[in-house]
Write a protein that binds this ligand. Structure first.
Ligand code: NAP
Ligand code: MG
Length: 398
């Protein structure tokens, strides 16, 4: 008998090569074993365009309602996609829309397998990177000056001036200025999400900023994250875990020297840059998962990579592809496990873990997609499988 679910998962379908993986993963690896219940939203670009992007908002609201979602990679349109798909508008990034509605923090974690060598050989355990996905330079305003004196001015609700700082007196010289912000509430919910995730995963936490330079701005981040930690300290200490605030430069040095097994909490820009470094250093984007966690405990699981457009065009021409489906499989297992935990269905959790082991064991025995071949350092002779042969290999082991 198939494993029964109680609450449905929110399923967000996507685009291109990952849409193809999505269907095969469900058919081959999940539906034969689980009586899969989902609330389905088609976030493929044609349907986002057809619904004036309402489907994206609906899927995020459904995630708020049901609590756990699994998302396929989606195209974020640019000028070239406008032409390719004859779009009505250059719709915003679905991930951005979902993140705004859930007010979440994104955690990225690599999937490790024996035989896949990270570029940094001392990294034995995963480094989970948490990016504060609100504010700073991502919602900054900027301007070109023509030599003015530029001030930062605060006004209260009645229009009374509350502070005035000189940014720079350009004295007739041209240049650029930028104004950015963050809110205490957003930093606090970021800190909450990080400590909660770290406790669940049994990881210590490093948070880094540059408060020696940005004394007030980054100083505020340091203060708030430190305050939030005090509420978690007893639980951390009881489990032998710790929290460290350090300067971003020092954090980079510590991470490189570490053996992993750390949650690295980053400000928005640091997280944007460092997540690409961490993903690359572990090997392949196809082995990096991502989960968005909201402050009120809603979860959205996905692969960290995009829709793998180049492989999709080859697939459409009938050529063979060797696309790595591991991160997308782990998006499904992450969501099924969380659903099982929340609904108290032990078999569902056990099934998801079995599927993860089947996937990793295929890799550990040298059954690889093309992206992993150059990284192979295992004992077995590596065998390159195409996209579907890899999925069949996992299915056989399952
Ligand atoms: P991408 O889809 O991540 O692919 C970039 C390259 O990385 C691929 O061409 C491929 O290299 C390699 N790669 C990534 N994932 C792989 C996998 N699973 N297996 C094997 N190789 C993999 O990024 P992109 O080409 O910049 O973006 C394509 C589309 O995805 C864009 O429309 C973008 O908007 C969207 N996107 C969506 C998300 C999301 O939904 N979360 C995230 C990022 C990008 P080779 O071609 O050399 O094999
Ligand atoms: Mg980036």
């Amino acid at each position: 008998m198939k494993i029964q679910m109680k609450t449905p998962l929110v399923e967000m379908d996507g685009d291109e090569m990952t849409r193809i993986l999505w269907k095969s993963i469900k058919e081959l690896l999940i539906e034969p074993y689980v009586d899969l219940r989902t609330v389905y939203f088609d976030l493929g670009l044609p349907n986002r365009d057809g619904t004036d992007d309402a489907v994206t908002v609906e899927s995020a609201l459904a995630t708020k309602k049901y609590g756990v979602a699994v998302k396929c990679a989606t195209i974020t349109p640019n000028a070239q996609r406008m032409e390719e798909y004859h779009l009505k508008q250059m719709w915003k990034s679905p991930n951005g829309t979902i993140r705004r509605i859930l007010d979440g923090t994104v955690f990225r974690a690599p999937i490790l397998a024996k035989g896949i060598r990270p570029y940094i050989p001392t990294w034995k355990k995963p480094i989970v990177l948490a990016r504060h996905a609100y504010g700073d330079v991502y919602s900054a305003v900027d301007a070109v000056t023509a030599g003015e004196k530029v001030y930062l001015v605060g006004e209260d609700g009645t229009g009374r001036e509350t502070f005035r700082c000189l940014v720079h007196d350009f004295k007739g010289e041209s240049g650029v200025v930028q104004g950015m912000h963050n809110t205490d509430a957003s930093v606090r919910s970021f800190a909450e999400a990080c400590f909660r995730y770290a406790l669940e995963a049994g990881l210590p936490v490093i948070f880094a900023a540059k408060d020696t330079i940005a004394k007030t701005y980054d100083g505020r981040f340091r203060e708030i994250v430190g305050e939030v930690y005090e509420t978690y300290r007893p639980a951390f200490e009881a489990r032998g875990l710790w929290y460290l605030y350090t300067l971003i430069d020092d954090a980079v040095a510590r991470i490189i020297r570490s053996e992993g097994g750390i949650l690295w909490a980053c400000k928005n820009y640091d997280g944007d840059v460092m997540s690409d470094m961490v993903a690359t250093a572990y090997g392949s984007l196809g082995m990096m998962t991502s989960v968005l966690v909201s402050p009120d405990g809603k979860y959205e699981y996905e692969a960290a990579h995009g829709t793998v457009t180049r492989h999709y065009y080859r697939h459409l021409k009938g050529e063979e592809t060797s696309t790595n489906s591991v991160a997308t499989i782990f998006a499904w297992t992450g969501a099924l496990k969380k659903r099982g935990e929340l609904d108290g269905i032990a078999e569902l959790v056990a099934f998801a873990e079995r599927l993860e082991r089947a996937t990793v064991s295929a890799i550990e025995d040298g059954k690889l997609t093309g992206d992993l071949i150059p990284l192979w350092d295992g004992d077995a002779a590596p065998e390159k499988l195409d996209t579907f042969a890899f999925l069949r290999e996992v299915s056989r082991r399952l």
